[in-house]
Each structure stands twice: as C-alpha cells, then as structure tokens.
Design a protein around this ligand. Structure first.
Ligand code: E4P
Length: 220
C-alpha cells in the first residue's frame, strides 16, 4: 500500500518525508488555503520535498475551465496529478485530460457507481472519502471494498486511494480491503507508530543493557 500525506503543510511534509515512507501527497483547496500561498507556489514547494505523486485540485466548475487549469497545474512538475471533482463536468474534464496523457485523481467519490464513472473516464486515481461517509452514518470502508472488487472484476487500472482517513484503523482496514493508496493527515501517520508494548519493550532493553555496560563500567 502506498502512503500519501493529506496535507499542504511544509513542516509536516518534511517530517513525514524524513521517515522515508511517504510515497506522495494529496492536497485540496481547503488544505492549500490553510497555508496561505497560491496553489502553484505551494505545490511547487511540496514537489521539492516529496518525490512522488502530488495531487493538486482544480477550482473551476466547468469542464473547459477545469481542463485549462489542469493543463497549467500539470506543467508545474512531472509529479503533479490533477484533481477533478466527481461531477458531470469533472468527469468530462477527466476523460479529456486523461486522453492528453495528464494523470487525474477524481475526488469527492461517495458511491461505487461514481467510481465506475471515474474508471471509465480513464482516471489515474479515484478518491473515495471514508471518514466523511462515516460522519453521515454510512460505513465508509464498505465503499473501499466495493470499488476494489468492481475494479478487479473488470481489470480497471485506476488506483483506489482511500481518503478522509481519520485514524489508524481506517488505514489498516483500507489496506485489508485492497486500497492501492491510503492518504492520511500527518497526525494519523504519526499514530501508526505507537504501541505501548514497543515503548515498554524498548525501555526494558535499554535498562538491561545499561545496567551491565553503562552503570557498572568495571564489569567490562
Ligand atoms: C483527499 O484527497 C482529501 O483531501 C481528504 O482526504 C479529505 O479528508 P477530510 O474528510 O478529513 O477533510
């Protein structure tokens, strides 16, 4: 499973990248706005930190304008993946951009039918939002399971990116369901490291070692 960071914050990206396990980045207009810089500028800086797919979302709503914006975003860096929303216009733009060889991540997917539309349009990535479905009382993970199954049935090449992941269990369950990518906030990636038995075990190893080799140098 590829791990993407779902943030436009440079400090978080630098920290994550230093762990050597970050395969890419997803951004959206809300995340870009939080950082206060225009998208082109922010995304260029992100490309300097993480060497992998970097999703940058269009803000137009009409297909022609999305295509113009998408082409402009794609020119920023070879790793840019243009993000289009799952609307009629977005699918139209996805189909056209994909035919031009521009990779598109179709975002705001909340049903398996929508995911089929994205695959048929030649999307490089589909982004089903797990946490936001949970928020409205649906089981977000069921959507990941349905999409991976449907894509397998027909051999679609579109990668399933589990988005809106709110905690480690969302990541694990998405991996169990066969999602190709999980995108998560820095906080969630950080939480994946934690286990009390790791901390306890390490503390004991250090204590035992230091008792013999550090606290009593004469014992050597
Ligand atoms: C995906 O690309 C989105 O940026 C993101 O996962 C949305 O997550 P949220 O529901 O936590 O805002």
């Amino acid at each position: 499973m590829k791990f993407f960071l779902d943030t436009a914050n440079l400090d978080e990206l630098k920290k994550g990248a230093s762990w050597g396990i970050v395969d890419g980045v997803t951004t959206n207009p809300s995340l870009i706005a939080k950082e206060g810089r225009p998208i082109e500028e922010q995304v260029r800086m992100i490309c300097d930190i993480v060497d992998g797919d970097i999703s940058a979302e269009v803000i137009s709503v009409e297909a022609g304008a999305m295509m113009t914006e998408g082409r402009k975003l794609a020119k920023i860096h070879k790793n840019i993946v243009v993000k289009c929303p799952l609307t009629r216009e977005g699918i139209k733009a996805t189909s056209a951009l994909s035919k031009e060889g521009i990779r598109v991540n179709v975002t705001l997917c909340f049903s398996a039918g929508q995911a089929l539309l994205a695959a048929k349009a030649g999307a490089y990535i589909i982004s089903p939002f797990v946490g936001r479905l949970d928020d409205v009382g649906a089981v977000g993970l069921d959507l990941i399971r349905s999409i991976t199954q449907i894509y397998r049935n027909y051999g679609y090449k579109t990668q399933v990116l589990a988005a809106s992941l709110r905690g480690p269990l969302h990541v694990i369950d998405s991996a169990m369901a066969g999602a190709h990518i999980g995108t998560m906030p820095f906080k969630v990636m950080d939480m994946l490291f934690n286990h009390p038995l790791t901390d306890k075990g390490l503390e004991q190893f250090m204590k035992d070692y230091n008792k013999v080799f550090t606290e009593t140098p004469a014992a050597r």
